[in-house]
Ligand binder design. Structure first.
Ligand code: CA
Length: 226
């Protein structure tokens, strides 16, 4: 089934070019040309992705993003902005946007990001439990058992493991893990990711030196297979 994208943008030219191109790529595209309409549609209809301009009449992209997340609407959001300042990026991601493209952008770049966001949408939104090998996880109780014995995971390790499971089979970069699991508050380095993954492997892998579940893909990041 074709993926449904909501494009919230007020520049007529850009609406036409983007709609045209996205339809050619096989997506179904709906548009809203002001913030109120955009918010209304994004909060009441099912979309696979929202492409959201920052500067909009009536309600800006930041407010739309924040209000959608407050209503627990988890549709992936790709923000468009003309400003391109780092502070905007940080604010946008904190408010719940998933990715960010600065205008003017290359169409290929935008399409690549659209595709990436659609691909990484959780396969299963809220799994209540999951099992791989001798490891079983109860997400509601935040409990992990290995061979029937409890495993102590820190809150961060648990979040990391959950993210891997929700995106199993997908290559995930260190930067993505930092954004998704750490957020922008802590400003840790990608080395932090590696350290936490080493700890997870120690606790969960049968042979941490030769991991079979949390794989390293050199130059790309990590992939969970389980
Ligand atoms: Ca605009």
């Amino acid at each position: 089934m074709s993926k449904r994208i909501l494009l919230v943008e007020d520049e007529k030219g850009l609406i036409l070019t983007l709609t045209d191109r996205l339809i050619k790529e096989g997506y179904t595209v709906e548009t809203a040309s002001d913030g109120d309409t955009g918010y209304q549609r994004a909060s009441t209809e099912a979309f696979d992705l929202v492409i959201l301009d920052l500067m909009l009449p009536r309600k800006n992209g930041f407010d739309i993003c924040r209000d959608l997340r407050q209503k627990s609407i988890q549709t992936p959001i790709l923000m468009l902005t003309a400003r391109g300042q780092v502070v905007d990026k940080v604010v946008g991601l904190k408010l719940g946007a998933d990715d960010y493209v600065t205008k003017p952008f290359e169409m290929m770049e935008l399409l690549a990001r659209v595709e990436a966001l659609l691909r990484r949408a959780p396969i299963q939104n809220n799994p209540s439990s999951y099992q791989f090998g001798v490891v079983s996880i109860d997400f509601q109780r935040a409990e992990v058992m290995r061979d029937g014995l409890p495993v102590e995971l820190s809150a961060r390790e648990f979040k990391l493991l959950k993210y891997f499971i929700e995106h199993r089979g997908v290559t995930i970069s260190r930067d993505e893990l930092l954004n998704e699991v750490w957020g922008y508050d802590a400003m840790p380095s990608t080395r932090t990711v590696d350290v936490h993954i080493a700890w997870l492997r120690q606790k969960l892998e049968p042979n941490p030196r030769h991991p079979q579940y949390i794989l390293t893909l050199h130059g790309l990041g990590y992939k969970f297979v389980g």
